[in-house]
Structures are given as structure tokens and as C-alpha cells.
Design a protein around this ligand. Sequence first.
Ligand SMILES: Nc1ncnc2c1ncn2[C@@H]1O[C@H](COP(=O)(O)OP(=O)(O)OP(=O)(O)O)[C@@H](O)[C@H]1O
Ligand SMILES: [Mg+2]
Length: 212
Amino acid sequence: MFITFEGIEGCGKSTQIRLLADFFKKTSRDFIVTKEPGGTEIGAKIRSILLDSVNVKINPLTELLLYEADRAQHVEEIIRPSLEAGKIVLCDRFFDATVVYQGYARGFELVFIDYLHENILKGLKPDLTIILDCPVAIGLKRAWKRIADTPENAKEDRFEKEAVSFHEKIRHGYLRLAGIEPARFNIIDAAQEISVVHEEIVRIVTAHERAK
Ligand SMILES: Nc1ncnc2c1ncn2[C@@H]1O[C@H](COP(=O)(O)OP(=O)(O)OP(=O)(O)O)[C@@H](O)[C@H]1O
Ligand SMILES: [Mg+2]
């Protein structure tokens, strides 16, 4: 099973993946946790270019192609082999993020992005995608707190520095995607308490396992 987590900056993706991983450990499920960008050694180098706000000059096409370069490596090196080995894969952001950020928000043609994804994913798709949805003001406040609390992430603030209108486009872009493919997406109100969100995720994941 391949589960991806999406949503605006600071909505709680990393927190909820950690909690779900703890639950999987307790229940002896075989799983891995990974992320985009930066799920591989090569990807970690790409991530530092993409998220560091020193790189304000990055060209939007460069940005798009770096995300896809990261993804091409990640799919072949980590995701596909893990799924073939029967592991559950939990991934912090995946190709939907590119559709929303580079497509809906930056304005690249969706046919171009879809064509890249056809060639990179070759039919691979998450079984389940959880969207942690919350107002932009809440997400950004949390994201800045996370940056302040974790000095090792202090340089990962390029997207946090985008205008509020950009984050609104991201939030609504995710909701639009969920409307197009309702069977794969589950939207959770991420403004709720951490434990409440976690319980909802466990309920969705276990229901999905039973249905498989
Ligand atoms: N439901 C919640 N209520 C209150 N605080 C929360 C909630 N979920 C997460 N947080 C806190 O908000 C901050 C950001 O959470 P987290 O890092 O999980 O978000 P994220 O979606 O991974 O962000 P990013 O997109 O920047 O990686 C953390 O300090 C976390 O403890
Ligand atoms: Mg995170």
C-alpha cells in the first residue's frame, strides 16, 4: 500500500506521518517513511536547492524539473522496490504537490506536467492520499514555529516566504484535485488537535486495508 500526505506548509504532514509510523510499529506492519523532495541521497542535494530561500532566483522551469528529477530518482531507488517487497510506503508529499504548486499555482500547463509524470511514474499511483486541510494562517503560523524549533531546518523556508495568496492557491488546488479523483483522496480538517487528526488517519487507513 502506497500512502501519500499532502497539504499546505505547516498543516501537519510530518507530525502525522510520525504518529502513523509509531502506530504501524506497534502493530508490526512492515513499512518505510520517505519524503519528497529528498527521499534519496541525490534527492537530498536537490532538496537543499529547492527549499533554501537563498535561491530566490530559481527559474520556475528549473524548479519544476528539479522536483521531477528528485521524483525520478526516488521512484526507482526507493518507492517501487519497497512496494515490490510488500512494504507499506508512507510518503511526505508526492506528484500531486507538483500538479498543485507548479501547475495550479505557478501556471505550467497540466498536459506538460502530466506527460512528465507518465514517464516518471509509469503507472505508479498512491492507493490513498491524505490531504491535511487547514486555513493558510494556521498552517503558516505552525510552519514558522517548526522552522524556529528545528535549527537543522532553518534554511528550508523558501515556500514559507511566498505571499499568502500563493498559499491560498495551494490550499484550493488540493481541494480541486480531491474533487477530480474523490476515490483516492481523503480530506481531513487539520485545524483539529494532533491526536484527533491522528485518530481519523488511523480510521481511514485501516478501513482502506480492510477494503483491499
Ligand atoms: N493539529 C495540530 N495542532 C497544533 N499544532 C500542530 C498540529 N499539527 C502540527 N502541529 C505543529 O505545527 C508545526 C508544523 O507541523 P509539521 O512539521 O508536521 O507540518 P508539515 O505539514 O510537515 O510542514 P512543512 O510543509 O513545512 O513540512 C510543528 O511544530 C507541529 O508540532
Ligand atoms: Mg514537513
